[in-house]
Every structure is written in structure tokens, then in C-alpha cells.
Design a protein around this ligand. Structure first.
Ligand SMILES: Cc1ncc(COP(=O)(O)O)c(C=O)c1O
Length: 379
């Protein structure tokens, strides 16, 4: 460290995420919305869900949105609507939450991994060419931590290879890539409203967003037992509907999302400024033309595990997203991968650490986190 950052750190615990602070701020709005659903006694496929679909479609800059039961279901249904089935191959990054891969596996298709870029943690477009085979049927890109993948070369490659692109936008709702919203860039995109997400429900919920009327119509059918009209099913589907209580809660939170995004971005700027004086820590990159929404503020540091222990002993929360890349998960042992196959994903899995990040985080808490990391590095 060249000079001490100007820090006035408090000694209170700093959680990695504080949903209670959010509820304290918006609890009365939430209770009013839930009461509205109770009064309507309409709990599934009603006005709240339809209104949320319109609002999320608008936010993502697409023509259609279809509410489903989770982000995982959104991925499975989007893949299926794009024609992926048993025996097909799907290209995806190995450094992501397991759901990105298990959605592919759920359809009997095979995940084929393409390594990430070491600076953004997102899929490396130049890797796609190396991994494509005659059985490749789709590409899934993940906008990890709230930062869009480098979409232009991916979309060019997909177009020339005639492959659909599905965006796993679970972590990046509201993010932008060169002036366009994530979720509007591929053929379809999945949104997760898992409670810890930037826009989180009070339970599981998800959505598929797309500009394709055909994909949207197919997912509306599939999410409701394949029924194209009431009690008439033309193909197997299942129950993957987003309920009215979750939709009403999400509509309240959606009104706050852009303020929350700005708060996250301001916290990230504060962290970045303090870390600029601390060698040995690599803050997250937000390349020119990319708007990062900081679902996570993730640093990279060689002594990651020791740092996490040091922080935890001082009541500072942190999380490793994700310690095992998909190709080394027991789930995918049958694919025959070994350490070294995807070196950037493996190195990231050893070195990343997500620090406290939520809109209600305070400057002195950020100062305490950075000061503690500086203290660790001096040990
Ligand atoms: C990158 C990614 N993909 C998919 C999912 C799955 O979403 P859900 O938990 O809503 O099923 C998540 C979140 O959990 C995620 O972070």
C-alpha cells in the first residue's frame, strides 16, 4: 500500500447482503401489494403477473415476457423453445451457477464448455469457434455478477453458425451492453427473481424475455402443461407459473430498481477508489460501453481463502461465487474433464471473492471492508 486511504471505519458487522435493511425501507409498500392480491383472491395467472410481464419486457427493451416459476425453469423453457432436445450440444461457460448447466442437462442435451475471459469472468467469444461441432444446437451466455458478456462477436458467430443465443440474465437485470439492455441481445433471455438477486421475490420466480412472438407463445403453452387452450394439451409441459403474490411484490420492487442500481454503482465506485491504493487486489472490470449493475462486487486476490477467513473473523461477510467450475463438478464427471481443461475458469474459482454489496450499504461499512483487507495484506 503506497498511502493509507482516508478511512473512518466503524466496527459493526458488515453482512454480504442485508435484505432486512431493504424490507425496513419498503415493507409497508410490500404489505399493501400483498393485501391487494389477498383481496382479489386471484393467485395464479392474473392481473399482477400480466402487468409484471409488461413492465419487465419494457425494462429489458423486448416485445414479450413470460413469467415462470424460477430462473432455472426460464432457462429450460427458453432452451426448449429454441429447439434444444436430447442428444444436442449447447455451448456455455464453465464459470457460472450450476443451473446454467443443469438446465441443459434437464433436456437430455450435453453442456459443452467454452472458457471465460480472465478479466470479465464472462465467456470468451474466441473460444466458441474451438468448441462447436455438428451437434451444437445453441449458445448460452451468462452475464456474470451483473456485467454483460462481450455480445457482438458472440452474436456474429451465432449468426454465421445459425445458432440461437440464450442469455442467462439471472444476475444482470437492468445492465447495458453498448447501449442495449441485457435480455434484448439474444433470441431469448432468462431472468431469475431469486430473493438475493437485484430484483428479488419473496420466494422463487423467474421470467423469459424475448423479441420472438413464437418463442413467447411456446413458453406460455409449456409453462402451463402444454395447454394451447384450456384443458387441451398438444405437447408435454408442466406447471411453471409465476404466482400473483410474487408478481405483486416484484412490481413494488421494480419501482425502486433504478435507484438501487445507482446505489450499487456508487458503492462500486467507492470500493474501486479505495482499492486503487491497494496493490494485490483486482477490482471488477467494467469495460467501456458496458453498464455493470454489480449484482456482486467481486475482487480477485491470490490469498483468497485466507482473506475470507480473516474477514469472517472480523464479522465481515463475503462469498465465493463459485468455488467449483462446472466441468469439475461431480455432476459432470461423466464428461471426462480434468483440471487444466479450462484454466481461466479454474483460476477464477480459486481467486474470486464477492464483498458486501447491497443498495443500503453505507460508506463507512465499505471503508471498514477495505481497511480490513489492507490490514490482511500487511500481515
Ligand atoms: C447465473 C444464474 N443462472 C441461473 C440461476 C437460476 O435461477 P433460479 O435460482 O431462479 O432458478 C441463477 C440464480 O440462482 C444464476 O445466478
Amino acid at each position: 500500500m503506497t498511502s493509507q486511504p482516508k478511512i473512518t471505519a466503524s466496527l459493526e458487522p458488515v453482512p454480504q447482503l442485508d435484505l432486512a435493511a431493504q424490507y425496513a425501507a419498503i415493507g409497508s409498500e410490500i404489505r399493501t401489494a400483498v393485501e391487494r392480491v389477498m383481496a382479489s383472491q386471484q393467485f395464479v395467472l392474473g392481473r399482477e403477473g400480466a402487468a409484471l410481464e409488461d413492465e419487465i419486457a419494457k425494462l429489458c427493451g423486448v416485445a414479450h415476457a413470460v413469467g415462470v416459476a424460477s430462473g432455472t425453469d426460464a432457462l429450460i423453457l427458453a432452451l426448449r423453445a429454441c429447439g434444444v432436445g436430447a442428444g444436442d450440444e449447447v455451448l456455455l461457460p464453465p464459470f457460472t451457477f450450476v443451473a446454467t448447466g443443469s438446465a441443459v442437462s434437464a433436456l437430455g442435451a450435453k453442456p459443452v464448455f467454452a472458457d471465460i475471459r480472465p478479466d470479465t469472468y464472462n465467456i470468451d467469444p474466441s473460444e466458441l469457434e474451438r468448441r462447436i461441432t455438428p451437434r451444437t444446437r445453441a449458445i448460452v451466455v451468462v452475464h456474470l455478477y451483473g456485467l454483460a458478456a462481450e455480445m457482438d462477436p458472440i452474436l456474429t458467430f451465432a449468426k454465421s453458425s445459425k445458432l440461437p443465443v440464450i442469455e442467462d440474465n439471472a444476475q444482470a437485470i437492468g445492465a447495458c451492453y453498448r447501449g442495449r439492455r441485457t435480455g434484448s441481445l439474444g433470441d431469448a433471455a432468462c431472468v431469475s427473481f431469486y430473493p438475493t438477486k437485484n430484483l428479488g421475490a419473496y420466494g422463487d420466480a423467474g421470467m423469459v424475455v424475448t423479441n420472438s412472438a413464437q418463442i413467447a407463445a411456446r413458453i406460455r403453452t409449456l409453462r402451463n402443461h402444454g395447454q394451447s387452450e384450456k384443458y387441451r394439451s398438444a405437447e408435454p409441459g408442466w406447471n411453471s407459473r409465476l404466482d400473483e403474490i410474487q408478481a405483486a411484490i416484484l412490481r413494488v420492487k421494480l419501482r425502486h430498481l433504478s435507484d438501487w442500481k445507482r446505489a450499487r454503482q456508487s458503492h462500486a465506485a467507492e470500493y474501486n477508489q479505495l482499492f486503487s491504493q491497494i496493490p494485490g487486489v483486482m477490482p471488477p472490470l467494467a469495460p467501456e460501453g458496458f453498464e455493470h449493475v454489480y449484482h456482486q462486487y467481486t475482487i480477485r486476490i491470490e490469498q483468497r481463502d485466507a482473506l475470507q477467513k480473516f474477514l469472517s473473523e472480523r464479522n465481515i461477510g463475503s462469498t465465493v461465487y463459485y468455488p467449483y467450475p462446472l466441468h469439475l463438478q461431480p455432476l459432470y464427471a461423466s464428461l471426462g474433464h480434468k483440471p487444466g481443461d479450462f484454466p481461466h475458469a479454474e483460476r477464477a474459482a480459486h481467486e474470486v471473492l464477492s464483498l458486501p454489496m447491497y443498495p443500503e450499504l453505507r460508506k463507512e461499512q465499505i471503508a471498514r471492508v477495505v481497511e480490513t483487507i489492507a490490514e490482511f495484506l500487511k500481515c
